[in-house]
Ligand binder design. Structure first.
Ligand code: COA
Length: 319
């Protein structure tokens, strides 16, 4: 039994903010942001627009694309680190809005690695619990969780959502081949490198980050995880058509390609357009790669991500 992707859809909020726009109110510049991160612009939610709103639109598009009856969904897994509220979950709201009357729904909080964690959970439900139809939604609004006067963090993030209809299949030539997940909470304990403060004085709080430490760990751990997953599955980079990494920083992604001697042209990079949209970044990049005719059915794709925790992981799938 395999977990296959029937459809994938994305949604970005309509408000676009360029680096130049940010430099109007912040002591920063397009040059600084672009040379250090590859980011040119980001989509941001407007007042009253929340993570689940983005997720609902992406979910409806994915269902429509597959011409699928949402009442046949058995589970909805929502990856978000920026949920509208502590409860109810974004999953419950999305379930109620899309007519998925028979699906159970819940949120997964694995920060920027949330898509890979959720994919692993969906695969377990399909293989271990005989589920056949699962909707995986990643929806994120990091812009609501940063301090817009802190130039060292706010310029890095964007908002967006992606949704995938995952189904069981007997076809061995298609679908998820493997996932590999890791967590190391000790780094955060000893040296707070990437965290959200939690609510403070009536405000939802802010994201703090030691950029250089995160940069170093991102390269080291994504390198480790892609090597291990390939070796464990008797594969090499020659078997991979595309790498889709978490889109935090173009320089991190180029360093990874260089270390692995993998051509950058075979990596999907959307950092320039979307900035860091946390767990939504891989589905957004995958959607972009498919829409632009790069990723085709039958292609083998390697996914990798690292996020706050630290949590990280990789997956291999045949689209
Ligand atoms: N505009 C202009 N200057 C800025 C700035 C901004 N937006 N943000 C920081 N600076 C300044 C700093 O204040 C510092 O000034 P100083 O030398 O006078 O103190 C200088 O730029 C260098 O800051 P530093 O943080 O050392 O820059 P850097 O080269 O490490 O780049 C990041 C910063 C955040 C772009 C980089 O470290 C990074 O991308 N890290 C990984 C982040 C990531 O992936 N996070 C998400 C993981 S899920």
């Amino acid at each position: 039994m395999k977990t296959v992707i029937n459809s994938i859809a994305t949604h970005l909020p309509s408000k676009v903010v360029t680096n130049d726009d940010l430099s109007d109110t912040l002591d920063t510049s397009h040059e600084w942001i672009f040379t250090r991160t590859g980011i040119e612009r980001r989509h941001l939610v407007s007042d009253g627009e929340f993570a689940s709103d983005l997720g609902i639109i992406a979910a409806k598009k994915a269902i429509e694309q597959a011409d699928f009856d949402p009442a046949k969904l058995e589970a909805i897994i929502v990856s978000t680190t920026t949920a509208d509220r502590h409860f109810p979950s974004c999953g419950a709201r999305i379930q109620g809005e899309i007519g998925a009357t028979k699906a159970f729904a819940f949120d997964v909080g694995a920060a920027c690695a949330g898509f890979i964690y959720s994919l692993a959970i969906a695969d377990s439900l399909i293989k271990g619990s005989n589920l056949n139809n699962i909707l995986l939604v990643c929806c994120e609004t990091l812009s609501r969780f940063v301090d817009w006067t802190d130039r060292s963090t706010c310029v890095l993030f964007g908002d967006g959502a992606g949704a995938l209809l995952l189904q069981s299949s007997e076809d061995d030539h298609q679908g998820l081949i493997a996932t590999k997940l890791y967590t190391d909470g000790s780094k955060e304990k000893h040296d707070s490198i990437l965290a959200h403060s939690g609510p403070q004085n009536g405000h939802r709080g802010y994201t703090t980050m030691k950029g250089r430490s995160v940069f170093k760990y991102a390269i080291e751990y994504m390198d480790q995880s892609v090597s291990e997953i390939l070796t464990e599955n008797n594969m090499t980079f020659d078997d991979i058509d595309w790498i889709i990494p978490h889109q935090a920083n173009r320089r991190i992604l180029e360093s990874l390609c260089k270390m692995k001697n993998f051509p950058t042209e075979k990596m999907i990079i959307t950092t320039n357009e979307h900035a860091n949209t946390s767990s939504a970044s891989i589905p957004l990049a995958m959607g972009y790669g498919i829409e632009n005719g790069k990723i085709k059915r039958g292609h083998t794709i390697l996914l990798t991500a690292l996020g706050a925790g630290l949590v990280w992981g990789s997956a291999i799938l045949r689209y």
